[in-house]
Ligand binder design. Structure first.
Ligand code: ADP
Ligand code: MG
Length: 385
C-alpha cells in the first residue's frame, strides 16, 4: 500500500543521497473517549494508513525538510535548533521532534528528510503523530540512538505539546510507536501499561468521516475538560484518594452528584462508565465475543452523545444509518467530538458494500459526500529495508 520505493527514488533525485526509510502509522480509537485526561483507559489500533520518512545525512549544517504531500521543501540551520519556535507550518512537527531530541542532549547533525503519508491530514486519524514518530525514528537513526517505544511516544507527544503547541494526550503517539498488526491496544493512561487484544481477521475497521467539525458555543474541548475536573473536585472533597475520575465510581456520583452542576454530573457519568466499558470491551475482544463488542460500542456512543454531549447531528446520523446495514458489528463516534469520524467494526466480506451504502445514505441525508476508509489494524513504527 505504501510505495516506499517511490519516496526513496524521489529522495535520491532531490537530495542526491541514498536514504534510510521509516514508517509510522495513523490510528483510530475503538473505544475510550475523553478518558485519557482522567488517567483512564483508551483502546486504539494503529491503521494501515501511514507516514513514510526517508532520511540521509548532509555535511553543510542544514536541515532540509521536504513533504511530498505539500510539494514543498524548506531549509533550516542546525545551529538555530536551540532557539527555534513554531510557525504554524507543517515543518513545526518535524522541527518539534528535532528540538525535543536536542533538548534531551543529542547533538543534531545536518540531514535531508523527505516525507510522504496517506493518512488523511487533519481528519482525526492522527497524521500528526504518524509524522512525529516517523521523523523521530529517522533522526534517531542518523544520530545512532534509539529509545524503547513508550519513551519514543513520550518524546513525540512533547514535540506536539511543547513545540507545536497542541494539547494532545499520549494515545496517538503511543499507538503509532507501539501498535501491533491485527490487534487493538488497551492503554492505561495512568502508567502507560498496555495489553493487546486480537481483532479477528474477518473484521474490518471502517472509518467514516462526517466531513463536519462544529465549534459549539460553550461546548468545546476546554469547557468539557473543566466540567470533568469540577466533578472530580467534588468527589475528591469527600474522598481525598480520588485525584482523577479514573479513581471514581458510579456510587460516588449517586452520593455526591447533587453537589455538582447538572453538566458536570453528566460529563463525569460519561467518563466513569466509559472507563468501565473500555476495560469490558478489551475483555470481549480477547474472548472474540463480537456481540458484546458491538453492544459496548453502541452504549459508548449513546453516553458520548447524551451525557458528554460531544456528538452532533451528522455523527449521530452516521452511527444510526450504519445500524441498518448488513455486516455491522458496532459503530460509534471516535475522536475529540463535535464531528469528525465514526468507527465501524464490519465483517470484512461486507466491508466494501457497507462503505458504499453508508456513503450513499449519508450523502442522501446531508448532501455531503463522506470519505470512508476501510482499514485494518497494523504494526507500529519501524524501519523499512
Ligand atoms: P490529524 O493528526 O488528525 O491528521 P492534525 O491537525 O493534528 O490532524 O495534524 C495535521 C497536520 O500535520 C497537517 O496540517 C500538517 O501540518 C502535518 N502533517 C501531517 N502529515 C504530514 C505530511 N505527510 N507532510 C507534511 N505535514 C504533515
Ligand atoms: Mg493530530
Amino acid at each position: 500500500m505504501h510505495n516506499h520505493q517511490v519516496l526513496k527514488s524521489m529522495h535520491r533525485a532531490r537530495f542526491n543521497a541514498e536514504p534510510a526509510l521509516f514508517v509510522a502509522p495513523g490510528r483510530v480509537n475503538l473505544i475510550g473517549e475523553h478518558t485519557d485526561y482522567a488517567e483512564g483507559f483508551v483502546m486504539p489500533a494503529a491503521i494501515d494508513f501511514a507516514t513514510l520518512a526517508a532520511i540521509s545525512p548532509r555535511a553543510d549544517g542544514k536541515i532540509a525538510l521536504y513533504s511530498e504531500n505539500y510539494g514543498e521543501e524548506r531549509h533550516f540551520d542546525v545551529s538555530a535548533v536551540p532557539t527555534m519556535k513554531a510557525s504554524k507550518h507543517w515543518t513545526d512537527y518535524p522541527l518539534g521532534v528535532v528540538s525535543i531530541l536536542a533538548g534531551e542532549g543529542h547533538a543534531i547533525p545536518g540531514f535531508s528528510l523527505s516525507l510522504w503519508g496517506d493518512v488523511p491530514l487533519g481528519s482525526g486519524l492522527s497524521s500528526s503523530a504518524a509524522l512525529e514518530v516517523a521523523t523521530a525514528l529517522a533522526v534517531l537513526s542518523v544520530i545512532k540512538a534509539s529509545y524503547p517505544g513508550p519513551q519514543l511516544a513520550r518524546l513525540c507527544q512533547r514535540a506536539e505539546n511543547e513545540f507545536v503547541g497542541s494539547s494532545c494526550g499520549i494515545m496517538d503517539q503511543f499507538i503509532s510507536a507501539n501498535g501491533k498488526k491485527d490487534h487493538a491496544m488497551l492503554l492505561d493512561c495512568r502508567d502507560l501499561s498496555f495489553k493487546l487484544a486480537p481483532i479477528p481477521p474477518h473484521v474490518a475497521l471502517v472509518i467514516a468521516n462526517t466531513m463536519v467539525k462544529h465549534s459549539v458555543v460553550g461546548g468545546d474541548y476546554p469547557t468539557r475538560r473543566a466540567e470533568v475536573e469540577a466533578a472530580c473536585a467534588v468527589i475528591a472533597s469527600h474522598r481525598p484518594g480520588v485525584s482523577f475520575l479514573r479513581d471514581a465510581t458510579v456510587d460516588d456520583l449517586e452520593q455526591w452528584g447533587s453537589e455538582m452542576s447538572h453538566e458536570s454530573l453528566k460529563r463525569a457519568r460519561h467518563v466513569i462508565t466509559e472507563n468501565l466499558r473500555t476495560v469490558a470491551f478489551a475483555a470481549a475482544l480477547e474472548k472474540g465475543d463480537m456481540n458484546e463488542v458491538g453492544r459496548l460500542m453502541a452504549e459508548a456512543h449513546t453516553s458520548y452523545s447524551q451525557d458528554f454531549e460531544g456528538s452532533c447531528m451528522e455523527a449521530d446520523a452516521m452511527v444510526e444509518l450504519a445500524q441498518e446495514l448488513p455486516g455491522l458489528i458496532g459503530a460509534r463516534l471516535t475522536g475529540g467530538g463535535f464531528g469528525g469520524c465514526t468507527i465501524n467494526l464490519v465483517e470484512q466480506s461486507q466491508a466494501k458494500a457497507f462503505a458504499q451504502a453508508l456513503g450513499a445514505l449519508y450523502a442522501g441525508q446531508f448532501g455531503i459526500v463522506p470519505q470512508i476508509h476501510i482499514c485494518h489494524a497494523s504494526d507500529g513504527a519501524r524501519a523499512l529495508s
